[in-house]
Design a protein around this ligand. Structure first.
Ligand SMILES: [Zn+2]
Length: 411
């Protein structure tokens, strides 16, 4: 059993690099405590300026300052303790400076619990022909109006500082899959150089040495490990990123089309090189099965658009697998979506009614489906945490995987 505080580690690392006292103030609000481990899985608590996140945790994606198809009261009721905000989208609209003038993202959106912001890298790299990457950063054309912008590592730190998220991510290069080993190595090393620039910039902000104010002085910063599906590159990236020193570490560049077994293997090979007493976040994954499998490989945090996006398309996740509510066989099915679920949708409505709403294109279909899918994901995380606490994670994992595969052919 391990118990540790990442901020203390970080402070030590900082003094080794000859820093000032200012940075120590972070340790008062941000802290990660690893409470228990079981069969590779980790139970922890992430303390942030806006509250505690119990890990392993799932973060619903709130792209534009809102979780698509859900009101924040429903997101809270579903059990979310933290949501993710997208820097790229908020930077373009309504703009980070406008949000800073409103007191930061928490006050602007009315979401009072913790927020993690990505750096915008993933969205910019997804723009394909509309972006150019240099050592300095990325130049791109907005998907909204074609206007030209530049994002550098320093700029993404400033934007996230104005947004005032509790956890900010470094700017990294997101490589497409498949890539050659040389491409993956070159890209990973650039990401490490960018991570160093992000850290330097944040330290200047924390020291009050710039005109940019931190809307949330307790904001933590996570580094991102890249390196494709190559174990040696992942190791090099993990070691170089740790040497810079962050409050947590993410695994990027996975869940981008690689075979699932290769993803699980890469996660296991990467977490082995990450510090045990700091949080690990697997970016952009995944299915309910992926969450359970990657928890068993030492992951603490996840985000994914699947529960919300699939809800809008009528695909529902249940304890027996996935079902597509458009399917004609639900037309006169009076059962709830998932008899094992206690969400508002399942307590109140039948599959027949939800199918009718979806076929009629009613907005309430998206809202009810989203509430259910989010509840299923967040309940799964809760059950994972309970299983770890009881030392029964491996039994839970085997039963869960058997159970969710039952209906999956219907999706
Ligand atoms: Zn439900």
């Amino acid at each position: 059993m391990l118990s540790g505080s990442a901020s203390i580690d970080h402070t030590n690392a900082y003094f080794r690099h000859g820093g000032s006292h200012i940075i120590n103030r972070l340790s008062s609000s941000y802290r990660f405590a690893l409470l228990q481990t079981d069969a590779g899985a980790r139970l922890g608590e992430l303390h942030t300026p806006h509250g505690v996140v119990h890990t392993p945790a799932f973060m619903p994606v709130g792209t534009q300052g809102t979780v698509k198809g859900a009101l924040f009261k429903d997101v809270e009721e579903a059990g979310a303790e933290i949501v993710l905000g997208n820097t790229y989208h908020l930077f373009l609209r309504p703009g980070d400076e406008l949000i800073a003038r409103r007191g930061g993202l928490h006050r602007f959106t009315g979401w009072g619990r913790p927020i993690l912001t990505d750096s915008g890298g993933f969205q910019v790299f997804s723009l394909a022909e509309r972006r150019t990457i240099t050592e300095e950063g990325a130049e791109f054309q907005s998907h909204l109006d074609g206007s030209r912008h530049q994002l550098t590592p320093e700029r993404t730190v400033d934007i996230q500082a104005r947004l005032g998220s509790d956890i900010a991510m470094v700017f990294d290069e997101c490589l497409a899959y498949p890539a050659t080993r040389d491409e993956a190595a070159e890209s990973m090393r650039r990401s490490v150089r960018w991570a160093g620039r992000c850290r330097q910039r944040l330290e200047r902000l924390r020291a009050g040495a710039t005109e940019v104010l931190l809307a949330n002085p307790g904001q933590a910063q996570f580094g991102i490990v890249q390196g494709g599906v190559h174990a040696d590159l992942r190791r090099e990236s993990a070691e170089s990123t740790r040497a810079i020193g962050f409050e947590g570490y993410a695994i990027g560049g996975l869940s981008v089309g690689e075979p699932i077994d290769l993803m699980y293997q890469t996660v296991a090979e990467t977490t082995r090189h990450l510090p045990a007493d700091q949080p690990r976040y697997l970016m952009g994954a995944g299915t309910p099965e992926d969450l359970v499998e990657c928890v068993s490989r030492g992951i603490d945090m996840f985000d994914c658009v699947l529960p919300t996006r699939n809800a809008r398309n009528g695909q529902l996740f249940t304890s027996q697998g996935r079902l597509n509510i458009r399917n004609a066989r639900f037309a006169e099915d009076d059962d709830p979506v998932d008899p094992a679920c206690g969400c508002y949708t399942c307590r109140r409505h039948s599959r027949a009614y939800l199918r009718h709403l979806h076929m009629a294109g009613e907005m309430s279909a998206a809202a009810l489906n989203t509430l259910h899918n989010l509840t299923f994901y967040l309940d799964t995380m809760k059950r994972i945490r309970e299983a770890i606490a009881f030392g029964a994670f491996d039994t839970f994992r085997q039963e869960f995987l058997r159970s969710v595969s039952r209906l999956s052919q219907d999706s």
